[in-house]
Ligand binder design. Structure first.
Ligand SMILES: [Fe+2]
Length: 267
């Protein structure tokens, strides 16, 4: 926040110096960190937040799925709350809140595996009233303006919270999706696979997953977004104490395969 304020003041100073005509090149820069799909992996979140700080980024947003899969749902939510990181709700967060008659079928996967069911049931039992309260307060979507750029934050896609915007989508499908929104930049999570795709002057971006990457790279993933005249998007991969997460999976009696999947970065 502080750095953005200074840069904007720099912009106004320039305008003033040039007589306020506003014809000169406008230079406002926002630097944001976008994190998603932390899924109860506290050591991964801690490592990513440390990296964000080391990169000098002060503005962070999350794209939902704070809980599920990993054994630290309450600690993860407490850290996000403590850091004041604004964000949105994810399909797993909604499934844990169980506000619909069939949360698994409607929000997770109708063809869920026995392991998936076991982890979901554990998470529902584990979340505290305080965690539920925080998850309930997360909005479904957000729209932001940063300089001339407008950003839309959704968990799945603007069409549905559980929609997978897959990296394999042909350009025409991405163009159709981006054409349905007013914003210039669409930030989505949910697939756990990072994506940077400029299409027809708009951008589809996915930061990948902090707590359970599924692209075959086990390092925690997040996105740095720099907005000035142009868009610059960078994926960062961050090592974390994976053994601490795996030890907690074991200690909580969660399926050992959940830990093995973290090691290889896929399920
Ligand atoms: Fe999700």
């Amino acid at each position: 926040m502080a750095s953005e304020f200074l840069l904007e003041r720099h912009f106004f100073t320039n305008l003033h110096a040039s007589g306020g005509a506003g014809h000169e090149r406008v230079w406002i820069m926002s630097r944001l960190a976008i994190i998603s799909d932390i899924h109860g992996n506290l050591p991964a979140l801690e490592a990513v937040l440390a990296d964000i700080q080391a990169q000098g980024l002060e503005e962070v947003y999350h794209l939902g799925d704070l809980v599920g899969y990993n054994p630290f749902p309450n600690e993860t939510v407490a850290l996000v709350a403590d850091q004041g990181i604004p964000g949105i709700t994810g399909n797993y967060d909604q499934a844990v809140l169980a506000l619909v008659p069939d949360p698994i079928g409607e929000l997770l996967n109708a063809k869920i595996t026995p392991m998936g069911k076991e982890i979901y049931a554990w998470t529902v039992r584990a979340v505290t009233a305080q965690t539920r309260e925080f998850l309930l307060r997360q909005p479904r979507e957000r729209s932001l303006a940063k300089g001339k750029w407008r950003l839309r934050l959704t968990h799945g896609s603007p069409r549905h919270i559980r929609d997978y915007v897959r990296p394999s989508w042909p350009e025409a499908m991405v163009a159709d999706l981006l054409g349905e929104i007013d914003e210039d930049i669409l930030l989505t999570g949910h697939t756990h696979i990072p994506v940077i795709r400029p299409v027809n002057g708009k951008w589809l971006l996915n930061p990948g997953s902090v707590g359970f990457p599924k692209d075959g790279n086990p390092l925690a993933s997040y996105l740095i977004l720099e907005l000035a005249d142009d868009v610059r998007a960078t994926i960062r991969r961050v090592p974390y104490d994976i053994e601490r997460t795996i030890a907690a999976i074991r200690a909580q009696g969660l399926p050992a395969k959940a830990g093995e999947d973290l090691r290889v970065g896929r399920r």
